[in-house]
Write a protein that binds this ligand. Structure first.
Ligand code: AMP
Length: 215
């Protein structure tokens, strides 16, 4: 199959979800977000969701095998034939290698890994006051991006909520997990000449433009 496969890399709070939504629309790619898949499974009460929640609540990663199986299953569906943008996966070297192996079986490989570069101070500031729409997942911020009507999404009128794992202590462990387990992926994709680094600070429309320039 000849499809583009992009990976979005970046710390929690770097803006992956928002940017992935803009880019996948502009370039017509299937937006596959591992965190959203886990949250969806949880809201449906499936075994996968219940299992994943144990880790998500602590800010830890869901075990590789569960995550890899879920993603490989998902990217084999027909809506991914047009190309895909992976958001939040891979997050460990094991996952990156499993993805490469699975793609190689189809004669495919990763097109590019896009790193959204944001300072740790900025990430902590963003995650601290984050609210998300229950229906369309648009993120808001208590200080930097308030909705017009408190508690309500500007785009779809959905109810805003705060993710359990956006609480301060969980944010800290998610950042530690990122540094230890996900940052090595920057080197991994850099070494095989697949890494594109983009400045992730500023308005999301601006950052999206920078990303679109390298896609
Ligand atoms: P996110 O919405 O991408 O911030 O993900 C929320 C949570 O889901 C993470 O903190 C992890 O517990 C879990 N998760 C999402 N993607 C992965 C992944 N690729 N590997 C392991 N756990 C993941």
């Amino acid at each position: 199959m000849d499809r583009a496969i992009y990976i979005l890399l970046g710390a929690p709070g770097a803006g992956k979800g928002t940017l992935a939504a803009i880019i996948s629309k502009e370039v017509d790619l299937a937006h596959i977000a591992s965190g959203d898949l886990f949250r969806e499974a949880l809201s449906k009460g499936t075994d996968l969701g219940v299992e994943a929640k144990k880790y998500m609540d602590k800010g830890e990663l869901v075990p590789d095998q569960i995550t890899i199986n879920m993603i490989l299953d998902r990217i084999a569906r027909p809506d991914c034939d047009k190309g895909l943008l992976l958001d939040g996966f891979p997050r460990t070297l094991e996952q990156a290698k499993a993805l490469d192996e699975a793609l190689a079986k189809n004669g495919e490989n990763v097109t590019k890994a896009l790193l959204i570069d944001v300072s740790t101070e900025e990430v902590v500031r963003r995650l601290g006051g984050r609210w998300i729409c229950r229906d369309c997942q648009t993120p808001y911020h208590e200080v930097t991006m308030r909705p017009k009507v408190e508690g309500t999404c500007d785009k779809c009128g959905g109810q805003l909520y705060q993710r359990d794992d956006d609480k301060e202590s969980t944010v800290r462990s998610r950042l530690e997990v990122y540094t230890k387990q996900t940052k090595p992926l920057i080197d991994y994709y850099g070494k095989i000449d697949k890494l594109a680094k983009v400045n992730g600070e500023g308005e999301s429309e601006e950052v999206a433009k920078r990303l679109l320039a390298v896609v």
